[in-house]
Design a protein. Sequence first.
Length: 137
Amino acid sequence: MQEKLFNKGDVIFIKGETGDTFYRVIAGSVEIVDDGKQLVVLKEGQYFGEMAILEAYPRSATAIALEDVTKLEEISESDANNYFSEEPEKVLGFFCHLSDRLRALTNDYNAAVNALENISGKEGQPRDNSFFDKLGK
C-alpha cells in the first residue's frame, strides 16, 4: 500500500486499462466519468477501482482528481490481505461501500424498468415523463 498525491485534473486511471490496484480517498475528491459524463464523485473514505482486483476486470470508467492535493491510498492486489487484516475496521468500510454501490445500481435498474413500462404505455395510465425530463437535462 502506498499513498499517492494528485492535483486537480490529474487522471488516476483510464477506462479500459487493466489494473491490479484499487484506491481509497484520504483527502480531496475523485470524479468517475464515462464518455465525458460524470457518474459519481467520491469523497474521503470511499473506495474505487476494486473491480480490477476482485474480478480482474478492465477499468469500467475513468477516474480524475477533482481537487488539488487529492490524496489516495493505492492498494495492490497483493497488499489487500495485509491492508484489511492490519485494520479490520476497514473491512466494514469496504463492505459498506460495496453495499452503497449495489443499492445505487438497484435504484438505477428499477428506474430503467419503470421507464420501459412507461414507454410501453400501460393501458389507461398516463405516461410519466419525469424520467425522460431528467434524461434531457
